[in-house]
Design a protein around this ligand. Structure first.
Ligand SMILES: Nc1ncnc2c1ncn2[C@@H]1O[C@H](COP(=O)(O)OP(=O)(O)O)[C@@H](O)[C@H]1O
Ligand SMILES: [Mg+2]
Length: 224
């Protein structure tokens, strides 16, 4: 399938009456399978809102979101949970690892949640940590690692569950530019080698060169 995600006539507003804010207005876009797509735009342009909708964390006011040709806005809460657990993985700006667990334990924990059998867990956790260049740091507690290393652990955790799509919301925003570019290159490699689709948001113009497709959001509208 060429397009893993398709968004059609998507609206999202918050609040009601005079307090109503229309954050996304008639968004149409497709995300190609096995590519790295960036949602770009100023702070407040609606990037996180759009990412949360595509990743089934939120529901639209109206419109459709197709994942592999199924409209995920019509799924039950349980099916949406299952989709997030089995087909999707997440990387956030503020890392969201368990600080007093080791790098290995964090990845292993995600695999437990995904109900991966123990032998397979060990193999996948080691492979993922090796993939991000942290196999020698696997027994370090996360809180002892640098910001860039922590974000790489978060990426290892995401790839270990072998998702179809990784959604990353401003994954480099809290890193310096060198670390940011390193994390970006890692996403690029994952797309190439693991055949995982990556959809990320950023407002950093230096990172655009690693993208296959860039959608520019302005005030809740895709302008290019
Ligand atoms: N839960 C919410 N309730 C009310 N307004 C929201 C909510 N989430 C986002 N917004 C508003 O939507 C707009 C876009 O936010 P967001 O999607 O976070 O933008 P970005 O990620 O591009 O910075 C902002 O004006 C924000 O205040
Ligand atoms: Mg945001």
């Amino acid at each position: 399938m060429q397009n893993i995600l398709r968004v059609s006539g998507l609206y999202r507003s918050f609040g009601t009456g005079s307090a109503k804010v229309e954050v996304l207005k008639d968004i149409h876009l497709t995300i190609e399978t096995g590519k790295l797509t960036i949602l770009r735009g100023r702070s407040g342009s609606g990037k996180t809102t759009l990412l949360n909708l595509m990743s089934a964390l939120d529901l639209p006011t109206s419109g459709s979101i197709f994942f592999e040709d199924e409209d995920i806005t019509k799924l039950s809460e349980n099916k949406r949970d299952e989709l997030r657990r089995t087909k999707y993985a997440f990387v956030f700006q503020s890392v969201a690892l368990i600080g007093n667990m080791t790098a290995y334990e964090n990845v292993d924990f995600a695999l437990r949640v995904a109900k991966c059998p123990p032998k397979e867990r060990e193999r996948r956790a080691l492979a993922a940590l090796t993939r991000v260049g942290l196999s020698d740091r696997r027994q370090h507690r996360v809180q002892e690692l640098s910001g860039g290393e922590q974000q790489r652990v978060a990426i290892a955790r995401a790839i270990a569950v072998q998702p179809r799509v990784i959604f990353a919301d401003e994954p480099t925003a809290e890193l310096d530019s060198v670390m940011g570019e390193r994390v970006m290159k890692l996403f690029r490699e994952i797309v190439e080698e693991e055949k995982i689709t990556v959809v990320m948001t950023t407002h950093d113009p230096h990172l655009m060169k690693e993208a296959d497709t860039i959608f520019l959001l302005e005030d809740g509208v895709v302008v290019s």
